[in-house]
Design a protein around this ligand. Structure first.
Ligand SMILES: *Cc1c(COP(=O)(O)O)cnc(C)c1O
Length: 402
């Protein structure tokens, strides 16, 4: 911790105010160090981190697995350019195709980029094999990213006219409503794109029946099913991929968040029959980087070797049990949603921000996807002791606020 003493905090905050483009409000602290489920601020305060870099640091903060992969690869080769093969990208793609139902992989750096690629692939497929069908049906309350097209695909009402003109070709339907979806399918439809749990939307799981029917609808109409597993993939729900839990196979799948364990990395995956990009259709200077894919491979190997899917499932169940106990004591807690380590507590009143702020004062970091939900998305290797600690703090905070 010693070097933290040398940070002139007041000056740093002044610089932030002066030099960082404003996009959001942030608390007046600077995080300087992280290890496992804990993160330290500039004053040396230690916080229990239940957001893990936004469902990203799936192995916890600064795990040796990532440090080793990064330093090893950085010493060898950082970037030969995306126009040449590199070993980590090939090996990691091979691994992902072995552990999933997908055949081909393209690597980029963010979830939005992966989804943008999925949209392009579906439209290309529509042009080539579906008489020019281009429309993609998505769900209200969904989140698919922040590029212009992925914002247009997202079902957030407040984004409707934020950066108009809006890219065309997206239509929205109510989530978990198969009739609404059936009515929207037309000769123009090339794909349906869904999350299996709406993460940013407040941890709203899809019904299993609904997803089975969506899969069937896609088969019957020869429409592609794109599953956005940016948040749900890589063990988050207690399965390597959420589609396993739903007993279906997508045609196209996107991954990001957990895939790099905190390092920027994302993947677009598809079945062979869907892959129809021609030379020059897709690319990116920072696609297929050896550094990112070396980290991704190390992260996924660790998820497998350390059995983190099982831990996520077990800890998720344990967490839920503890929340149920808190519910008996605190009337404001209405329900618990989600599975594995993507969980949200639904509140009876709009107290989420108040609870988040109070948790922060007790050195617990939680997330509030909306005014009536508290979301937890900790590291997949979290322990029962750490869950107990989170519950203790939450209990204290709720007692204080009642
Ligand atoms: C976070 C998220 C995205 C966007 O990923 P970025 O890396 O922020 O671009 C897309 N889809 C889902 C389901 C997400 O949770």
């Amino acid at each position: 911790m010693s070097y933290d003493v040398y940070i002139d905090f007041a000056k740093l905050l002044q610089k932030a105010e002066k030099s960082l483009m404003y996009v959001t409000d942030r608390p007046e602290i600077v995080f300087t160090k992280g290890k496992g489920s804990y993160i330290w601020d500039h004053k040396g305060n230690r916080y229990l981190d239940m957001i893990a870099g936004w469902a990203v640091c799936c192995l916890g903060h600064s795990p040796n697995v990532i440090l080793n992969a990064l330093t090893h690869q950085a010493q060898r080769l950082i970037n030969p350019s995306p126009s040449f093969y590199n070993e980590p990208a090939i090996e990691f793609a091979d691994l992902l195709t072995k552990i999933s139902c997908m055949d081909k992989v393209f690597f980029i750096n963010s979830g939005a980029e992966a989804n943008e690629g999925a949209i392009k692939l579906a439209r290309k497929y529509g042009q080539k094999h579906m008489n020019g069908a281009f429309e993609i049906i998505t769900a209200w309350n969904s989140f698919h990213g922040r590029t212009l097209a992925t914002m247009a695909a997202s079902g957030k009402k407040v984004w409707e006219n934020l950066y108009s003109p809006v890219p065309q070709g997206f239509v929205k339907v109510a989530y978990n409503d198969i009739e609404a979806l059936k009515q929207m399918v037309s000769k123009d439809t090339c794909a349906i794109m869904l999350e299996l749990v709406q993460g940013e939307g407040g941890v709203i799981p899809a019904d299993k029946d609904y997803i089975k029917q969506v899969r069937q609808l896609c088969f019957e109409n020869n429409i592609l099913l794109i599953i956005d597993e940016v948040q749900t993939g890589l063990g988050r729900l207690g399965h390597m991929f959420a589609y396993e839990d739903y007993d279906i196979e997508p045609d196209i799948m996107t991954l990001a968040k957990g895939i790099g364990g905190g390092f920027p990395l994302a993947a677009l995956l598809a079945k062979n029959r869907v892959c129809c990009f021609e030379a020059g259709d897709q690319g990116g200077t920072y696609s297929m980087t050896p550094l990112g894919t070396a980290v991704g491979k190390a992260v996924v190997e660790e998820i497998i070797q350390a059995d983190l899917c099982v831990n996520a499932k077990r800890m998720g169940l344990y967490f839920k049990e503890q929340i149920f106990r808190l519910m008996e004591k605190h009337a404001v807690l209405q329900e618990i949603r989600g599975s594995g380590l993507l969980l949200a507590v639904g509140l009876r009143e709009e107290m989420a921000n108040q609870i988040k702020a109070a948790c922060m004062e007790h050195y617990l970091i939680v997330n509030t996807p909306n005014a009536k939900s508290i979301r937890f998305m900790p590291a997949l290797n979290i322990t029962t002791d750490e869950v107990d600690e989170a519950i203790r703090i939450l209990d204290k905070v709720l007692t204080q606020l009642s």
